[in-house]
Design a protein around this ligand. Structure first.
Ligand code: HEM
Length: 217
């Protein structure tokens, strides 16, 4: 909480500095000059900023580290990408499925509903394990395998579903595809040089550290 408080103060300073300047094209300037977000109460301001930081950083970062691990486990997938660089778009979807950096969200049922033979009553809270759905063998055969040519990779649910589906989904896909494009066009191999240090979190599926060496061929 102390760190969150410090973060809020820091962002408040950044926001106020921009409030007195003409609107510009950076995110905080856009926030502070917008009708919807210019005057948020502190808790909402903090929630929105924290959301952007966690949602826009931990997710793509851990997907990219996951990519390093996946290409290490399945080196032939890099060869497929090198043979056909247009696969990077699909590979981006596939690594988001395979890694599923946000493991779950919770919802409260607004009505009685039956899912997979299980009755969920109105008002009950449920946890939606995206990471489990993304390993559903009835949808993704050989689900544990990272496969850049997987035909239905984009059917993954790592971005959630419905009205709150990730607002940054396209940005994330484009960003990760750009990393893959660079690895391929520069003929890089990102080689792990030690076991990755995994993040102990039930919410984020990711890494604290992933030591690597870059090789070029
Ligand atoms: C691989 C990358 C990403 C994954 C797997 C991911 C996953 C998710 C998930 C699971 C949700 C919740 C969906 C729900 O509650 O139904 C979400 C929401 C959100 N994400 Fe992402 N995200 C990613 C990248 C990003 C990026 C790059 C940004 C912004 C720069 C972003 C911003 C947000 C925001 C603002 C929300 C809240 C949307 C709302 O509640 O209406 N995300 N994301």
């Amino acid at each position: 909480m102390k760190q969150l408080g410090e973060m809020l103060q820091r962002f408040d300073r950044e926001l106020e500095a921009r409030r007195v300047l003409p609107p510009s094209d950076d995110l905080l300037s856009r926030m502070v000059h917008s009708e919807a977000m210019g005057q948020l109460p502190p808790l909402e301001r903090l929630a929105n900023i924290a959301l952007l930081i966690v949602a826009g950083n931990d997710t793509t970062r851990n997907s990219i580290s996951g990519l390093v691990e996946a290409l290490h486990l399945y080196p032939e997938e890099l060869e497929k990408l090198r043979a056909d660089p247009t696969l990077s778009t699909n590979a981006s979807q596939e690594i988001i499925r395979w890694q599923s950096p946000v493991t779950h969200m919770r919802r409260t049922a607004t009505a009685d509903v039956e899912v997979g033979g299980q009755l969920i009553r109105q008002g009950e809270k449920i946890v939606m394990w995206y990471i489990s759905g993304n390993r559903d063998e009835s949808v993704f055969p050989n689900a544990e395998r990272f496969d850049v040519t997987r035909e239905n990779a984009r059917r993954h649910i790592a971005f959630g579903h419905g009205i709150h589906r990730c607002v940054g989904a396209r940005l994330a896909e484009v960003q990760i595809a750009a990393v893959i494009d660079e690895i391929v066009s520069r003929r890089l191999r990102v080689v792990p040089v030690g076991a990755p240090e995994r993040l102990a979190s039930p919410f984020l599926h990711g890494f604290n550290a992933m030591p690597v060496r870059l090789e070029q061929d």
